[in-house]
Design a protein around this ligand. Structure first.
Ligand SMILES: *Cc1c(COP(=O)(O)O)cnc(C)c1O
Length: 343
């Protein structure tokens, strides 16, 4: 049986969280003299809404998820770190991540002094639930999955992911940073059936807001309570909240970008197929493509000299001679194609 309370670190369970002025009085009023704010320089003088009520309401309507199941962070990197801090006792607990995958799971494990156990994907970058579950012991608190996965670009098998969710008694974190490029494949519809499921999404990719730093974790209300208890009181500044509210008014714009990027991806794949030094183009469900190329590092360096930067992933496990290419604008992609032809 899943028991969230048994997973929380003892010090966090006992923690008395910081109580801000806006926690102690959150209603409306005409005179606020409780937070030592400066009366000048409106609107920047006021602290932001600590629980981002307005943003959550709007996001809830777009995503079809209740606001009480949404945690908002300064990028999705914030909830990743908070999950470690809430649930993983340094030097005692462990977490499992698929490999290769996003680097932040490992970095946060190292910062928090928590053991990370890597489970290799298959050579086609697919997930085998049993290989992950084999590594679980009594101290395993979190399992990180990433779908579509970075750097491979593919969706993970949904049946295998749900097998892990239903068999494991800790939290399963499914990072869906790229899910807007294949929205029907999201696990969000399964969220409320699984109290141990955490789904991460972000506005950094499809929404074009990487510089604004806005990410979300969809969670049970119990997990939300734990994350709220330990986050910085005002983790999302008013500028971020304002920009995100504005951008959510324009869903069509984001969907237009996604469609354009997907069309450009097809063009990118057609161009890559023409190159004899490219031996493999991995299937992509994201806004980037992973390829295997002869002398990958050398090709990367030549592109750098031409002022075109892609990502060299050739030192990553299962990614020997692999390069990762983000889909850019039509013009950027054309410049890349021209350079690739000369290599
Ligand atoms: C880009 C990316 C993110 C985004 O992180 P933010 O902190 O929201 O910018 C998260 N996960 C993966 C796998 C990514 O590739």
């Amino acid at each position: 049986m899943f028991n969230l309370n048994a997973l929380i670190r003892e010090n966090i369970k006992n923690l008395k969280p910081y109580s801000s002025a806006r926690d102690e009085y959150s209603g409306s009023a005409s005179v606020f003299l409780d937070a030592n704010e400066n009366p000048f320089n409106t609107p920047y003088n006021r602290y932001p809404d600590p629980f981002q009520g307005e943003v959550k309401e709007k996001l809830a309507a777009i995503k079809g998820v209740p606001a009480q199941n949404i945690f908002l962070g300064n990028g999705s990197d914030e909830p990743i770190d908070l999950l470690y801090r809430a649930f993983c006792e340094p030097k005692v607990d462990n977490v499992i991540s698929i490999s290769p995958s996003y680097g932040m799971y490992t970095v946060c494990a190292n910062i928090n002094n928590v053991e990370l156990r890597n489970v290799l994907l298959t050579k086609d970058f697919q997930l085998e639930a049993d290989a992950v579950l084999e590594k679980v012991d009594a101290h395993t608190k979190l399992i990180f999955l990433c779908s579509p996965n970075n750097p491979s670009g593919n969706l993970l098998d949904k049946v295998e992911m749900l097998k892990i969710v239903t068999s494991f008694h800790g939290l399963v974190v499914v990072d869906e940073a790229y899910i807007d490029f294949c929205p029907d494949e999201s696990l969000l519809g399964d969220l409320l059936k699984h109290p141990n499921l955490v789904i991460l999404q972000t506005f950094s990719k499809a929404w074009g807001l990487a510089g604004v730093r806005f990410g979300m974790a969809y969670v049970s209300n119990e997990i939300l309570t734990v994350l709220n208890k330990i986050k910085y009181p005002y983790n999302l500044n008013i500028l971020t909240q304002k920009v995100v509210l504005e951008q959510m008014e324009n869903l069509e714009q984001k969907e237009g970008w996604v469609n354009e990027i997907l069309e450009e991806k097809e063009q990118m794949i057609r161009e890559l197929r023409k190159l004899d030094y490219v031996s493999k183009i991995y299937p992509s469900d994201a806004n980037f493509v992973l390829i295997k190329a002869e002398k990958a590092r050398e090709k990367y360096n030549i592109l750098v000299e031409k002022s075109i930067i892609i990502r060299d992933r050739s030192k990553v496990v299962l990614c020997e001679d692999c390069l990762r290419i983000t889909i850019g604008s039509k013009e950027e992609n054309k410049q890349l194609f021209a350079a690739l032809k000369e290599l």
